[in-house]
Design a protein around this ligand. Structure first.
Ligand code: GLU
Length: 482
């Protein structure tokens, strides 16, 4: 098979938020397709009618675009539900060729015969020659002997004894095909050559491979990539861990950092590097180099990556990247609670935001934040009429609030309002009170920004302007009664 015939697919189910594990499968498939000049197919596995919703499909497509895999990069979206006729035809073919048989056993029947609730199906209907009828499931007749070897680029050759594979159901009593069959039939119909997906589907692979063969096709090459675990080595779960890509996006992870990080789960580029341009990943990535051990999804490391990616942006791009947190679009807190994601409005009045003011401090913020959402608490003092002082910070800083009176006088007297002069003035006042700069500036910072940490103080004051700075200092002085 020539490389250019490679066809891979990304096959998410539109039943919820886009999982970071899905994001990784997407990127792996996309890289393999691009490297080989092959094709990536997007197949939406929407046959679970109860749980599938069109808005989740839209979410998938949006998340993919955010990750850099846009509509031009794949064939589709193809909807699994539109291939129902193919699924039914395949089920019939398997029955007609004797590879499947109808079964009217209930779960209770099977349990009663075996005496165990865990026992698999015992093959009771194998030779009963039942015809199709409502309520009868169609079961695949697995071979009694031999083994099924799954050629897996990540795991070598996982081998499954056929006699341990039960005669599994391929179509339910109401005739609807189960996921295993629909998934295989679609892969066959869509000419898929490589199935690259998460390890949790490995137990399906021998059954699916048997189906490929029974339908008269050569099975695909498989690659089951390692599960993602949290810091306690537990499989990432949506109940316990933050797994929705949308949430990471809304906290201000850059797509480029996320892409880079996801590709490093179980794989590394050459030369002891971790942060590398996407072009290097596309050039160097090899599925057969992916480690099969569980991969730690390390949010701290991802955040560190993100900080590096933020700092590597041009100031112009940084300003643009911050826009969603500064100017929207925003969702209401209720919408966010319902959807589980979205960016809520910053604390200032909409018309108070001034892009020129933000642009003036953007380079200072760029070196300090690890997540784009952190931009808001760093610059809110510039757009709020009055700031609310953080109580703990003020309690600490107000010990040296006695400087405020002289600071106000010195600032009032400044002929020009610039960072350097502001600093000199504060230094001088501090010295007169026996305080080093750090101590003397603490009450000023909390009074003006509301917090004890933030952007460089004097540049901040310069941008905030004389009137607003002095107003806030006077209010704090009054509060401290100095
Ligand atoms: N729809 C399946 C899932 O989202 C994908 C199965 C596969 O990739 O074969 O887990």
């Amino acid at each position: 098979m020539s490389d250019s015939a490679i066809r891979v697919r990304f096959a998410p189910s539109p039943t919820g938020m886009f999982h970071v594990g899905n994001a990784r499968s997407l990127l792996l498939n996309s890289v393999v397709a691009r490297q080989s000049g092959g094709t990536l197919v997007l197949r939406i596995e929407d046959t679970d009618a109860e749980r599938s919703r069109p808005e989740w499909t839209e979410g998938i497509i949006r998340a993919m675009a955010w990750l850099g895999v846009g509509p031009d990069d794949y064939e589709g979206p193809l909807l699994q539900s539109e291939y129902a006729a193919e699924h039914a035809k395949a089920a019939l073919q398997l029955f007609d060729t004797g590879r499947a048989y109808y079964c009217d056993c209930t779960r209770e029947d099977v349990q009663a015969r075996s005496g165990s609730q865990y026992a698999g199906y015992d093959g009771y209907c194998r030779s009963r020659d039942l015809a199709a009828a409502d309520g009868r499931a169609l079961r695949f007749r697995t071979p009694d002997e031999g083994e099924t070897v799954v050629h897996d680029l990540v795991r070598g050759e996982p081998t499954f004894e056929n006699k341990l594979i039960e005669d599994f159901v391929i179509a339910r009593g109401n005739g609807s095909p189960v996921f295993l069959l629909a998934n295989v039939v679609d892969d066959v119909t869509m000419g898929i050559t490589h199935v690259i997906r998460a390890e949790e589907h490995l137990p399906n692979a021998p059954k699916q491979q048997l189906l490929w063969e029974a339908l008269g096709h050569r099975p695909p090459t498989w690659a089951h990539t390692p599960i993602l675990v949290n810091e306690r080595r537990q499989k990432l779960s949506k109940r316990r861990d933050k797994v929705a890509l949308e949430m990471y996006r809304d906290e201000g992870f850059l797509a480029a950092a996320m892409r880079n990080y996801l590709m490093l789960l179980g794989w590394a580029p050459s030369g002891d590097r971790e942060i590398v341009p996407w072009s290097v990943i596309e050039e160097e990535f090899r599925l057969d180099q992916v480690n099969s051990a569980p991969a730690f999804f390390d949010v701290k490391k991802l955040t560190a990556f993100n900080g590096e990616y933020i700092r590597a942006l041009s100031v112009e791009d940084f300003v643009e990247a911050c826009a969603p947190w500064l100017i929207g679009p925003f969702v209401t807190a209720e919408q966010k609670a319902e959807a589980g994601f979205g960016i809520t409005k910053p604390p200032w009045q909409s018309d108070a935001y001034d892009p020129a003011v933000f642009a003036a401090v953007a380079p200072l913020a760029q070196t300090r934040i690890g997540l784009l959402a952190e931009i808001v608490p760093n610059v809110d003092f510039l757009f709020l009429d009055t700031v609310e002082m953080d109580a703990a910070s003020w309690a600490k800083a107000s010990k040296d609030a006695r400087v405020l009176g002289d600071v106000i006088a010195a600032f009032e007297a400044l002929p020009t309002w610039d960072a350097e002069q502001l600093k000199t003035a504060l230094l001088t006042v501090g010295e007169a009170h026996g305080l080093k700069l750090g101590k003397a500036q603490a009450p000023v910072r909390v009074a003006v920004t509301g917090r004890s940490v933030g952007l460089p103080l004097f540049e901040s004051l310069e941008v905030l302007g004389r009137a607003r700075t002095l107003n806030r200092l006077r209010a704090a002085a009054e509060l401290a009664a100095v």
